[in-house]
Design a protein around this ligand. Structure first.
Ligand code: 0PR
Length: 363
């Protein structure tokens, strides 16, 4: 640290030179984040100094968190769901596994996940000393329904399904997982970090949420398709009493117990997340999601015409292509199997897709 501070002008000129090295979202087709909606930014700034880690000091902010949980719970077929705002899918997944492990009571716990699961589960299992059991995918890149049972035993404390996989945008056989979870009395967590704010706005989406009786918890991230500021995730549970399993005493706070992972928690992005849902409503969200899906279809069709067929048929605005090259100047990503992977987030407009396809035609 320098002994004497610098001038504000010097500071901000330094900061803007760093910021100018960032990519804009313009040619980015690899991200599940996007430019936040203006109402999210406004709400975030309004709540900038709030800390949900000590909610007794910020009763208004805490009431917005409760409303966010209520809105998301309602959307996912359980208006009375318990929940709290997290920093994103990783934290929600860690906490869900922590709850499942506590509830399961095994000395050698294992969790059964699809092979395509997000890498946050690897982190969660490492932290929590849970064995990760991966069920291979079927030819549609979904968890192979036929094989799931082979991986379950008496020490299985949790089953996981993904609604909108990171790499292929498909939905695992969650209804089957729900039946298994009910039959065997195992905690079922659905990672809907991405799909949770896509699938409810589309006609004909497969069931994946609390509508299925075996689903115990869900991750859903407003900082992805919810267009909020970062960080904004949410962990929802069917029965709020499960949060007791992760509670610790917090004697010197305004609340005496805390079940969250983080202590100090931002209220700004939580207000941002709520603001977008409230401002757009179901109609506005449907419009955004339908536009992204239309652009995703346009991209899939255009790539097919160029000789690059899709690797999987997605249920959300993610696409994967059998294509080894990358158009110059564009940011796409690669799946573990090497397919080109794109996400049609709200910043990826129809004009952007057209420009991308022209560049792909020149590869
Ligand atoms: N679950 C699923 C299904 C996800 O897709 C992701 C993130 C997570 C959990 C973890 O969420 P957090 O990153 O919020 O903790 N999926 C993207 C990924 O890892 C996130 C991402 C976002 C990647 C923006 C790149 C990027 O530019 O690929």
């Amino acid at each position: 640290m320098q002994k004497k501070g610098c001038s504000e002008e010097e500071l901000f000129s330094f900061l803007s030179s760093a910021r100018n090295k960032d990519r804009t979202y313009k040619k980015v087709l690899s991200s599940m984040c996007t430019i936040p909606h203006p109402v999210a930014v406004r709400a975030h700034n309004m709540f900038i100094e709030t800390n949900l880690g000590d909610p007794g000091l910020f009763l208004g902010t805490a009431s917005i968190e409760a409303l966010l949980v209520e809105r998301l719970g309602g959307l996912l077929h359980h208006k009375d769901a318990g929940g709290y705002a997290t920093t994103g899918g990783t934290e929600s997944n860690i906490q869900a596994l922590r709850i499942a492990r506590e509830m399961g009571g095994s000395k050698k716990p294992n969790v059964v996940v699809p092979e395509s699961v997000h890498f946050s589960f690897e982190k969660a299992c490492d932290i929590l000393s849970i064995e990760l059991r991966s069920v291979p995918s079927d030819d549609k890149f979904r968890m192979d329904e036929e094989k799931i049972e082979d991986y379950i035993d008496k020490d299985t404390v949790c089953l996981v399904g993904v609604a909108g996989t990171t790499e292929y945008g498909v939905v695992d056989p969650i209804s089957h997982l729900s039946d298994l979870a009910s039959d065997k009395d195992i905690f079922l967590h659905v990672d809907a970090a991405f799909g949770g704010l896509v699938l409810p706005f589309l006609k004909g989406s497969p069931d994946f949420d609390f509508k299925l009786p075996g689903v115990s918890s869900l991750s859903v991230d407003p900082h992805k398709m919810g267009m909020s500021t970062i960080p904004a995730g949410c962990l929802l549970v069917r029965d709020a009493s499960v949060f007791k399993s992760t509670e610790v005493d917090t004697p010197y706070l305004t609340v005496k117990k805390e079940c969250t992972l983080c202590g100090t928690r931002p209220g700004g992005s939580v207000a941002g997340a709520f603001a977008v849902l409230e401002y757009l409503g179901e109609d506005g969200m449907t419009e955004v999601v339908e536009r992204c899906m239309k652009n995703n279809r346009k991209l899939i069709l255009g790539m097919k015409e160029l000789g690059y067929p899709v690797a999987a048929d997605p249920s959300v605005n993610v696409a994967s292509f059998i294509c080894d090259s990358t158009p110059e100047g564009w940011q796409v990503s690669r799946t573990r199997a090497g397919h080109m992977r794109t996400v049609c987030m709200p910043h990826v407009t129809e004009a952007v897709i057209e420009e991308f396809l022209t560049a792909a035609g020149d590869m």
